[in-house]
Design a protein around this ligand. Structure first.
Ligand code: GAF
Length: 376
């Protein structure tokens, strides 16, 4: 397949990864999150090819694949399912899709907790919507991309990643209510501080990880509480008193998972308030609280992430640090004074290398706009 040589696209889409300042694993419990898109993106070049075939070439891993639109079904190759899933979900909504060629490349590190998967799903859905005039709204693009992840990739994820990838505005974080999808755009004014991402280079795989188990554990907690509080629909409706009332009927593990979610929702609300007030010190304390809960109660961290967060704790120029995303690898997010960044990266990278014999990568996260067409 050589269609990608001298490729002239009909349109180009840039689809960003995301960071999440606080509110981890709260989205599928219909709680609150505080994400934004960043300036690391997947670029998709697309053109119609007047056939019923879809040819996709990834410049990064030099893999190409062809699908017939007449036979879209899950593949054994996991990366193909992000594409196939989107095609399948679009076909459920409209019959206007036809053959296309697509060339992909990315500045987003894969498996680093920056949600390259949502960037790919949303970018493809957004691009095909434009290319074939499908008439889908942004909300439909978010929802169908999430459905692709559920039905083809197998991760029963929440709405956060797809929402942030599509709906973000440059310079703002989104305080998103994952139940109503009401969003408040809060200006990200960090003064002399920056958001530093430290990538453990431990690659996570949500489908293989315990992500879906966590969802089940939360649902078990909800079922137990429903016996006393029948109106409850999700952990979003729970408080510590309600959880304590069913403590004897659930396992310690389920108790800890629910306890973390209730606390984390509360932290997101406090953190949003702190950010609005410009109180970065309180914001940082809440970030550390989030990490502690993810490490000890939700148990989705790993030694490399814990090391990175521990290392930051004694540094007065770092206000807060936590693991970010699904967990089991990927990045920490650090609220750090701008003047200390360079020296700190060198120091922590050396300590990390000594401890784990792994190189770390560091990026400054710049909040950016959501998925967009690029002018040709
Ligand atoms: C992954 C999921 F895709 C999100 O929906 C979210 O649950 C996150 O993990 C944890 O907060 O990125």
């Amino acid at each position: 397949m050589s269609f990608f040589i001298n490729f002239t696209p009909d349109l180009v889409v840039e689809s960003p990864g995301r960071i999440n300042l606080i509110g981890e694993h709260t989205d599928y419990n219909l709680g609150f999150v505080l994400p934004t898109a960043i300036d690391k993106k997947i670029t998709l070049k697309l053109r119609k090819n007047n056939s019923s075939n879809c040819n996709v070439y990834s410049l990064d891993n030099e893999k190409s694949v062809t699908f017939s639109l007449d036979k879209i079904e899950p593949s054994k190759q996991s990366w193909e399912n992000y594409i196939l899933g989107v095609l399948h979900e679009i076909q459920l909504l409209t019959d206007k899709l036809s053959g296309f060629d697509c060339v992909l490349n990315s500045s987003l590190p894969i498996g680093s907790g920056l949600s390259s998967s949502a960037a790919l799903e949303c970018g493809l859905a957004f691009g095909l919507n434009e290319l074939f005039n499908l008439g889908l709204s942004k909300t439909q693009i978010v929802n169908l991309s999430r459905a692709a992840e559920h039905n083809y990739v197998g991760t029963k994820c929440g709405i956060m990643d797809q929402y942030a990838s599509v709906m973000s505005k440059s310079g703002y974080v989104i305080k998103l209510d994952c139940r109503s999808l009401a969003s408040e755009y809060i200006p990200l004014n960090l003064g002399d501080y920056k958001l530093l991402l430290l990538n453990t280079n431990i690659s996570h795989s949500l489908a293989d990880s315990e992500y879906n188990t966590r969802l089940q554990e939360c649902l078990t907690g909800v079922e137990a509480m429903k016996t006393l509080y029948p109106y409850m629909a999700s952990l979003r409706d729970a408080d510590q008193e309600m959880l304590t009332a069913v403590k004897d009927t659930i396992s310690t593990t389920v108790f800890n998972r629910c306890n973390y979610i209730i606390e984390e929702n509360d932290r997101v609300l406090k953190a949003s308030e702190a950010l609005t007030q410009g109180d970065l010190t309180s914001f940082g304390v809440l970030m550390y609280g989030s990490h502690d809960g993810l490490q000890h109660k939700y148990e989705v961290s790993c030694p490399e992430l814990d090391f990175m967060v521990e290392y930051s704790r004694t540094k007065e120029f770092i206000l807060g640090s936590r693991m970010m995303g699904g967990g089991f690898g990927g990045c920490t997010i650090n609220l750090i004074h701008k003047d200390a960044i360079e020296k700190y990266i060198t120091e922590v990278a050396s300590a990390y290398k000594t401890k784990f014999n792994i190189e770390l990568d560091a990026y400054i996260a710049m909040p950016d706009h959501g998925t967009m067409l690029k002018t040709l």
